[in-house]
Design a protein around this ligand. Sequence first.
Ligand code: SF4
Length: 211
Amino acid sequence: MPLAREAVELLVQAARAWYFEGNQHGLRDREWMALRFLGRANRFSRTPSALAGFIGATRATASQIVKTLEGKSFLVRKPSHEDKRSVVLHVTAQGEKCLSQHDPINHVLNAVTALGPDECVRLRDSLREILNHLDAAHQRLDASICRDCMFLAERGPGTGKGRATAEFMCRLYRAPVSLDETELLCTSFERTRDRPKIEEHLDRARVANQG
Ligand code: SF4
């Protein structure tokens, strides 16, 4: 127990990198959280309502944050391809640059990267395990990576005319998902613990892409 407490206290200290008073490089911590999320979210989750859910804010607060980020030219709204009545939020090149140069979590990211790949995998798996326990208590995760979602299916051969780049299908949205998109965050994610077939396919595809 003392060891567990010490580990949690260290986690809380690490969290000070992304929860802070005032602003850093012109953005408050929630504005950074929103920009960071939108930079990593898939097309289904880059909506004002998904953003509000992810940052734990009301629609009105999320809308104010979007306006602030638009005012700094970090975000633009575009009509959704799937539903013309909806808008999708896009991080601009300027927003991407701001994230890569000034995001307050970059220091933590660099420190974790310095641990090396094996330690990174252990840390990721331990944190995921912890979140799974919290997930059971709170019923849902805010968002997670598409490749681990129970709605992701492999596309059958010969389907999807004109969408040759899509290798997967989202069974929830009934829409194609490309290999790159499987690495993005989704707020509709549902965990599945036993999907060795797709994991193997993704691992093979990743290795082929690197080669
Ligand atoms: S498969 Fe799951 S995570 Fe991926 S887009 Fe569909 S709902 Fe989201």
